[in-house]
Design a protein around this ligand. Structure first.
Ligand code: NDP
Length: 322
């Protein structure tokens, strides 16, 4: 498998088409050895972006990743690491959450410590914050970049309107603009990436680091309505996720998509991830995995994207409409 790279929006940074994230896995579902095996497998296959956030396992995910990055001794100029601020790392006081200058600066310092790095390559505003003016957030991000603590900043699950406003503020004051957004994108969840952001790609040049390409595993075909026993969808406290992602209508579509995938000689997870890559607006697809075998399989998606002919794309559209 040869990894391919795409520019992150109009920035000059090139990220691997597939990247690796740690939500629900590092510091939670998998032990440190598995986390290390996953990162090594990814890196050895050309993955150059590892995604993280202050809230993932309340800071523990960043600690695990930081220890692995240190132990691996990969040259710092060969990988990109992110953090995201908004939800806090456990504390729930108003000073400990949100996108105001105080939290963005303190969350950045805490992430640098947990990840054991001198700078974050990517720093995301994890959600919009209705209690902070966008101009305060833009200034805070600009200042962190000026201080050398962050290289690129962006948003996650913001509206097109919010992103456009952030650009307008940055341009008015000659500040560094956000270059990437992290939205959910998969065969079940397309609206934001395909419709809402459509005007932004050519105007502000948005890059996208998309999440949950397999809808938390539903697009692997392994789930029944109760959820596969060894999966995140059966983990304590994640009933909300199972209810959001798993239902009969989706399972019926999964069966039909599986038939298309099999006709192409692909497994359903590889098919579903490769489908995301057929959208040129996607800069990188962030993978999640709880076992190395899953990641090994999913990495095949880079080459599988070449099999998506116009006829296959039509079949997919018809299946999703049924
Ligand atoms: P996916 O939708 O791809 O789900 C990954 C999970 O699906 C795995 O952990 C595994 O779970 C199962 N799985 C993956 N591959 C296979 C396979 N080949 N066979 C069987 N099961 C498989 O991605 P995530 O939801 O994990 O999201 C990816 C990353 O995106 C996160 O780690 C995070 O970095 C980012 N993210 C960002 C968000 C944001 O708000 N910005 C929100 C959510 C995620 P299991 O074994 O438990 O079934």
């Amino acid at each position: 498998m040869t990894m391919r790279y795409r520019r992150l929006g109009t920035s000059g940074l090139q990220v691997s088409e597939l990247s690796l994230g740690s939500w629900l896995t590092f510091g939670k579902q998998v032990g440190d050895d598995t986390a290390a095996d996953l990162m090594k497998l990814a890196y050895d296959n050309g993955v150059n972006f590892f995604d993280n956030a202050e809230i993932y396992s309340r800071g523990e995910s960043e600690r695990v990743m930081g220890r692995i990055l240190k132990r691996m001794e990969w040259p710092r100029d060969t990988w990109v690491v992110s953090s995201k601020a908004f939800f806090g790392a456990g504390g729930k006081l108003p000073t400990q959450l949100g996108l105001h200058r105080k939290h963005l600066v303190e969350a950045c310092h805490a992430a640098l410590q947990r990840l054991q790095v001198d700078y974050l390559d990517l720093y995301f505003c994890h959600r919009p914050d209705p209690n902070t003016p966008i101009s305060e957030t833009v200034w805070a991000m600009h200042q962190l970049i000026m201080q050398g603590k962050v290289l690129y900043w962006g948003t996650s699950e913001w509206s097109a309107e919010g992103i456009a406003e952030a650009h307008a503020v940055a341009e008015r004051h000659h500040l560094i603009v956000p270059v990437m957004e992290q939205p959910q994108y998969n065969l079940f969840h397309r609206d934001k990436v395909e419709r809402e952001f459509a005007a932004l790609y050519d105007t502000v040049g948005l890059g996208t680091t998309i999440w949950s390409p397999l809808a938390s595993g539903v697009l692997t075909g392994k789930h029944s309505l109760e959820g596969d026993a060894s999966s995140r969808l059966r983990m304590a406290g994640l009933d909300w996720l199972r209810e959001r992602e798993l239902n009969e209508a989706r399972l019926r579509i999964v069966d039909r998509l599986k038939a298309i995938a099999e006709g192409m000689g692909l497994s359903l997870p590889v098919f579903a991830i490769a489908w995301c890559l057929t959208n040129p607006r996607v800069s990188t697809v962030i993978l999640g995995a709880s076992r190395t075998g899953q990641l090994e399989e999913n990495l095949k998606a880079v080459e599988a994207q070449d099999l998506f002919t116009p006829a296959v794309m039509r079949d997919v559209e018809n299946t999703l409409k049924e």
